[in-house]
Design a protein around this ligand. Structure first.
Ligand SMILES: NC(=O)c1ccc[n+]([C@@H]2O[C@H](COP(=O)([O-])OP(=O)(O)OC[C@H]3O[C@@H](n4cnc5c(N)ncnc54)[C@H](O)[C@@H]3O)[C@@H](O)[C@H]2O)c1
Length: 275
């Protein structure tokens, strides 16, 4: 288990840019928002009401005070208000990171409401926010959007019909939105993280990181789980001008998860070439 690493900002690549990060009070979204702030962006984040005080304190401890709006991304009125508040306060939106998601993991037992919640917080809100920022971005002459997807968009996992279908929908939303927004110089991409130690994973581990981090780490070629800040760097790359010819695609940020075969890291295989 490695300690949460820190990242050196590449430059103030986002000076003068305004970014909105949903679910930016915790975990991966917080790491993305913080790195955007450290690279000069003006940032607004959303979070569930219970997470706002903690998020505000974490940003303050890092020396920042971004606009924070508390609410549920499944609530269309809230989504509209957030975008309108950012525009009123900051006058523009250059970057959108659709990150907040529902972690409902159900399969044969999934009820319609479970799917509805998964899609309402996930791809439906991603789509609505994309529509809402498209207009100001068009007027400004461009923008960049990154959708936080998952390895779960691309593979089967047990008891995950709800989460994995919602993430699968994010993949097609990313492509279709990228196509329609390309004429307006708005790029749309996604990142697909592997297992990242955040509170949802911590919950699944019953808080026992020392035990589960090394076990779940073996799902990745790198033999370890990832840190939120390791997702932030690739997201900032996709939002930046360095990615000016990249749109409609997904960047796996998964420590080699998706390339692993059934032999895993090879500990139990006695075939030529294995250790
Ligand atoms: N942690 C992982 O292993 C992992 C792996 C792949 C993908 N992801 C994806 O990364 C993203 C962030 O996950 P995380 O692990 O950082 O989660 P987290 O629980 O640490 O943080 C989630 C954030 O989203 C906000 N949020 C959650 N539901 C919301 C809602 N309905 N309305 C508004 N805000 C809401 C929370 O307040 C919080 O700020 C999600 O899209 C998740 O699917 C996570």
């Amino acid at each position: 288990m490695t300690k949460n690493p820190t990242r050196t900002p590449i430059a103030r690549r986002f000076k003068g840019k305004v970014a909105l990060v949903t679910g930016g009070t915790n975990g991966i979204g917080y790491a993305i928002a913080l790195e955007l702030l450290r690279e000069g962006a003006t940032v607004a984040v959303t979070g569930l009401p219970a997470d706002v005080a903690g998020g505000r304190a974490a940003f303050a401890a890092a020396g920042f005070s971004p606009l924070i709006r508390a609410g549920d991304m499944a609530d269309e009125t809230f989504c509209r208000r957030v975008v309108s508040d950012v525009l009123k306060l900051h006058g523009r939106i250059d970057c959108l990171v659709n990150n907040a998601f529902s972690f409902i993991a159900k399969g044969l037992d999934a009820a319609r409401e479970d799917f509805e919640r998964s899609f309402n917080v996930g791809p439906f809100a991603f789509a609505l926010l994309t529509q809402l920022v498209a207009e100001p971005m068009k007027k400004q002459g461009g923008g960049a959007i990154v959708n936080v997807s998952s390895i779960s968009a691309w593979i089967a996992q047990p008891n995950r019909w709800t989460y994995n279908t919602a993430k699968g929908a994010v993949a097609q939303l990313t492509r279709c939105a990228a196509l329609d927004l390309a004429p307006h110089k708005i790029r749309v991409n996604s990142v697909s993280p592997g297992w990242i130690w955040t509170r949802e994973v911590d919950k699944a581990a019953g808080g026992d990181r020392a035990k589960f981090d090394p076990i779940w780490g073996q799902f990745h070629m790198l033999g370890r789980m990832g840190h939120p800040v390791e997702i932030a760097g690739p997201v900032l790359f996709l939002l930046s001008n360095d990615a000016s010819f990249i749109t409609g695609t997904d960047l796996p940020v998964d420590g080699g998860y998706n390339g692993l075969g059934p032999e895993g890291l090879g500990q139990n295989t006695k075939i030529a070439g294995s250790k």
